[in-house]
Design a binder for this molecule. Structure first.
Ligand code: NIG
Ligand code: FE
Length: 407
């Protein structure tokens, strides 16, 4: 593990904090002018004003970086992706651009079912190799922790294969991976909703628990996929087994997914394009993070989630890419930031909070990542520019010059 002293930082953006930031608190980035960060054995041991004398025992063991003219931030956390999948769906994208809807393609046996076939057919090694190259691209854009979901098997073996790919990559790749079981992504052929939920609870989740293959459980709570009642039952059972909860909520139709997420104390409610005022209020009063995925709304040509309204109501908002082969084939952090600021009306400060400390909270990890605080993991990024304000301003472009990891 490498040790770093990053000195003369023109703008140190600490995002300091150990829990999700709600509402106005999202604007506080804990800025330090002329700052210095020291990372020792992968842990932040100093985050304060730059000094000439380094407060360490053996400075010769450190890589010393002069960050004059640069901003330093916590590594970005992409808290919602589906990056382990086989095949692509470029035909479906062009159909959508010509007026087909996401759901109608799925009802014809395409959509998620299309990727399920390709993922079942792919070998462990094939999936691992392609997933690894996807992680490399994320890292180049400053992502130091990524959440990845299963959900393209809908059977036992393929779902476990996806989760095992992530476990293997967690051991080998510098990007940290948090795994989520999303067997409840669609009901597979030959099952009723009830029978499939029973199958997941009795035949799949116990193995995942035993082999420690996932920390979280997610469900696609959506009209025509899993009902709100079935989602509640499934999530509460998964919680009893020790999983943290996440929900694909109110994406295409409002099904009171936001309210459900707050009620079951999920880590996050994700998408929320159709969340109602009541749903937003329920999230604002809860510990559940509202995770918004603007690249998906963009790719589906849907209206954006009401990010501004959510923050003004007191929600803790996170941003993520939703990288997947269907609704959003992009892991672009720059595009996510641009859309969040330009169309969802987040300020640059709020967008940074949403990709760091609030994204950490959406993974239940705000105590160990998401900010540059002494004691946290030493995952930091150095921008090519002197201010975080370049992130939305340099539209769609990667501002990250260097990533320092606790790997
Ligand atoms: O988050 N909405 C459900 N799941 C993904 C899309 C999955 C797919 O189309 O392959 C999403 O948008
Ligand atoms: Fe998703």
């Amino acid at each position: 593990m490498k040790n770093y002293i990053i000195k003369n930082i023109t703008q140190l953006v600490t995002c300091s904090g150990f829990s999700a930031k709600h509402g106005q608190a999202m604007s506080d980035l804990g800025l330090i002018e002329n700052g210095m960060v020291i990372i020792t054995d992968g842990i932040v041991t100093y985050a304060d004003i730059s000094t000439d004398q380094f407060p360490v025992d053996n400075p010769e063991d450190y890589e010393i970086i002069d960050a004059t003219g640069k901003a330093v931030l916590p590594g970005f956390i992409d808290s919602h992706t589906h990056f382990v999948f086989g095949g692509y769906r470029e035909e479906e994208f062009s159909w959508r651009m010509h007026g087909d809807s996401y759901m109608s393609i799925m009802q014809r046996g395409g959509g998620i079912y299309n990727t399920v076939q390709a993922t079942r057919a792919a070998s462990f090694e094939e999936l691992k190799a392609i997933a690894q190259s996807r992680l490399d691209k994320m890292l180049a854009m400053g992502v130091t922790t990524v959440e990845g979901k299963s959900g393209y098997g809908l059977d036992r073996e393929t779902e476990l294969k996806q989760l095992r790919v992530m476990k293997a990559l967690q051991a080998e790749h510098p990007v940290d991976i948090v795994s989520t079981y999303l067997g409840a992504h669609a009901v597979p052929e030959g099952y009723t909703e009830e029978a499939y939920i029973d199958f997941m609870l009795t035949e799949v989740l116990p193995i995942i628990r035993k082999e420690n293959l996932a920390e979280c459980c997610d469900i696609f709570c959506e009209k025509g996929i899993f009902s709100t009642e079935a989602s509640k039952f499934f999530l509460l059972e998964a919680k009893k087994m020790g999983f943290q909860l996440k929900i694909h909520a109110d994406e295409i139709v409002n099904t009171c997914g936001a309210e459900l997420a707050a009620e079951v104390n999920a880590l996050s409610a994700d998408h929320l394009l159709q969340a109602s005022a009541k749903g937003i209020e329920a999230l604002a009063r809860s510990n559940t993070v509202a995770t918004l995925l603007p690249c998906t709304a963009f790719s589906l040509k849907e209206d954006y989630a009401q990010g501004r309204k959510m923050i003004d109501a007191g929600c803790a908002v996170a941003l993520a890419t939703d990288y997947n082969p269907g609704s959003c084939f992009s892991s672009s952090i720059p595009l996510t930031i641009a859309l969040a600021c330009i169309y969802m009306k987040l300020s640059p400060e709020e967008a940074v909070t949403a990709l760091t400390i609030n994204a950490a909270a959406a993974l239940g990890k705000a105590d160990s990542i998401g900010s540059i605080d002494v004691g946290k993991k030493g995952n930091v990024i150095i921008l090519q520019y002197p201010s975080y304000k370049f992130l939305p301003y340099h539209v769609g472009m990667n501002c990250v010059e260097k990533v320092c990891l606790s790997y």
